[in-house]
Design a protein around this ligand. Sequence first.
Ligand code: BV8
Length: 252
Amino acid sequence: MSFEDVQIPDAMLEVMRTARSIVVMTGAGVSAESGIPTFRDALEGLWAKYDPEDLATPAAFRDDPARVTRWYDERRLRVTSCRPNPGHDALARLEAIVVERGSSFTLLTQNVDRLHQAAGSRHVVELHGSLLEWRCTKTGEQRTYLDPTPFESYPPPSEHGGLLRPGVVWFGESLPAEAVRAADAAVSACDVFMSIGTSSVVYPAAEYLYQARENSAWTIEVNLDPTPASHFVNWCIAGKSGEVLPVLVAAL
Ligand code: BV8
């Protein structure tokens, strides 16, 4: 896709070129082109097949730990075989450009697949944890499971006589305190906030764009479909992040 195909306003580029502090928040749409299903896509979205209340809550884990841990381990294995796409790569380049010029850059992600880190992004805040992290229900000890082989049994036992649960934030659970602190600090100081590949319906993550807007930051949305945030941003670019972001970053 060339610059002519992607309508990127000059005024928006100028704002990004002169920004002192940029915050980007990403959702499942950024990983879609890496082959990871989003949550709300009608056909193959995860929530189209499963009810989040059945799988992504502490009660679901309590009621059927085998089913929940099997589902999360299947997602973990899928993610270990996926690679960053041009959208992830462009965001890593954007971070390098912004940091190189002495401005600050923070990438808040709702994604649990670690593809931003695999693409080279360094200033990443995982708002909802990671599929690759699993922790003991007894001791809280958390480890990274990169080995692309399934757990031997579900629910996987921990070494301490407990169970292993995925290190993600379930509905009804609070976000990690350190992630909230880092996100609050970045959002309150940013002069540009970009929301990319997210339906903007899950809170408190969806609140950050509005907070940035309250703090007079310029707001930008890059998304395939309109979202509840689309009416509130300064610029709304409809398109695939893997096509729009490389053109946008190349034009900076
Ligand atoms: C909390 C990890 C305080 C797990 C996720 C009742 C009780 C308790 C809480 C609530 C409640 N009612 C509401 C709430 C709040 C709740 C919430 O927001 N619910 C929603 C459904 C209304 N939030 C919480 O529970 C949060 N915690 O509030 O704590 C608390 C504590 C105790 C008691 C009470 C309150 C925790 C929320 C975190 C949940 N965990 N993930 C897992 O992965 O299984 S959420 C998960 O879904 C993602 O992380 C993400 O946040 C969300 C999905 O959103 P998206 O990423 O945006 O994906 P989606 O598919 O929706 O959209 C993709 C978009 O991309 C689309 O718009 C599409 O057009 C676009 N797209 C597609 N392809 C592309 C593209 N764009 C660009 N390019 C493409 N190629």
